[in-house]
Design a protein around this ligand. Sequence first.
Ligand code: FES
Length: 571
Amino acid sequence: MEEQPLRSQEWFGRTGKDGFIYRAWMKNQGFPHHLFQGKPVIGICNTFSEFTPCNAHFRELAEAVKRGVWEAGGFPLEFPVMSLGECQLKPTAMLFRNLASMDVEESLRANSIDGVVLLCGCDKTTPSLVMGACSVNLPALVLSGGPMLAGRFQGRKIGTSDLWRFTEDFKTGKMTQEEFVAAEAAMARSPGHCAPMGTASTMAAAVEALGLALPDNATIPAADSRRKVLAHLAGMRAVALVKSQIRPSDILTRAAFENAIRVVAALGGSTNFIIHLLAIAGRVGVPLTLADFDRLSAGVPLLANVQPSGEHFVEDLFYAGGLPALMNQMRHLLHLDALTVTTRPLGENIEGAPCHDRQLIAEFDRPFKPAPGLAVLFGNLCPDGAVIKPPAATPALMQHTGRAVVFEDIDDYKKRVDDPALDVDPTSVLVLKNVGPKGYPGMPEVGNLQLPAKILAQGVHDMVRISDGRMSGTGFGTVVLHVAPEAAAGGPLALVQNGDLITLDVPARRLHLHVSDEELARRRAAFVPTDLGYHRGYVRMYVQHVQQAHLGADLDFLQGGSGPEVKRDSH
Ligand code: FES
């Protein structure tokens, strides 16, 4: 292929005043003149932040990427973008995913970048960087930070999913405050993102299955020296992608999205993946709907025995052969000709990938669980859809009718959930409103509501729960999420009242509110949306423009892309 002129030469290749300005200040970093004479500039888009502990090792990782870029003849330049720490940001990191994607998009377009390595880790840092990069469409690949090593506590391995169990034990007095604090330090004992197949690892796996990351990107532990080897190779690969001018739009085809959906189903991955993948598809203009997730996940059994759907951790999946071995087991379901950043098709990347441990990666015909990893529900309570994760749910509750116990918002829930007078029993259906994109705002991970204390005291650990919010990828339970339209947008969820009967029927993909259309119309006429008082700044823009969950919760005006072209020079 004929080599294209480098985009960076529009900055550095100039003569006269403009060239002087673009190069002179860069030279204060000690870069010799020849670096500006036609080497591919590889941006290293870094989400390092000490407020994002899952990405706190990224300065070191960036150095390994740079070594690879230098070796391949490129010129690496690292730059920061907004970092989203899932456990630190209030009210929720998801509120800022779209803002961070705008930062990435504008930073990539405005700078003298030919290609980019996206350093992604904690949950929202992967979708925000990929969304932004797709809207610019420069050659790009993802390097994930890798999962933490599993924690060790009181003689057993622990990970983020144990937080929910510890919280229940603490609430019911089985765990002391001292043990609770000791568990904190034992769980997050190494660099990296959450150790189970939570949202971070699900998204790292998704980009690997999409072909936007090198093989093994999803599973090499952050603390393993092979993560730095992968970083070095990613740097080299970025230079090669610039030379071959392979862009995200060449890789992110409909076939690639279908591969990602099926692989994540086999992993028992996070439900958050659905929202993020819809948003990414919207940026590259690939039509994708909620129904696609259900259709493509059907017939895909659980092949990875990793928490929260299974027993082990993502690091164990790496030792067993990683995603290449898993994808090799299900290769008959994948589009093997889909292009990847290796410049080879997916089928060649995974050809002959061995499995070293059948406790971790099952043969396709002998899966860990036959249920699909994701199911999409429709019905009069969710006309635009809702989702549930069957492998993380209780089989006996998959077809269930119960009376609603309604919480109007998260504050109402916190105030009343442990009230001994709360009229609830184990067959009730807990309904939480106003935790959707507009309603919270930002659609937080609160959908796997803690059960009322009086229910836990009966030894019951799961009930049907329904909300317009999300759930942590490490969460579990019979939890219906992403109800669309959300309550704050006037969806039927807003009209549910205490005592209404609700039927969840996962095999029939149905969520039904047993209230007549006439009664719902009467309630709708009396519905008054709440003014949350967000009248300025980014949050005002977000609330006005955020789309519903079934569309990926992106801002409406961010759909699609504007490419890498800059229409005006500054000098
Ligand atoms: Fe960062 Fe879980 S908190 S990945």
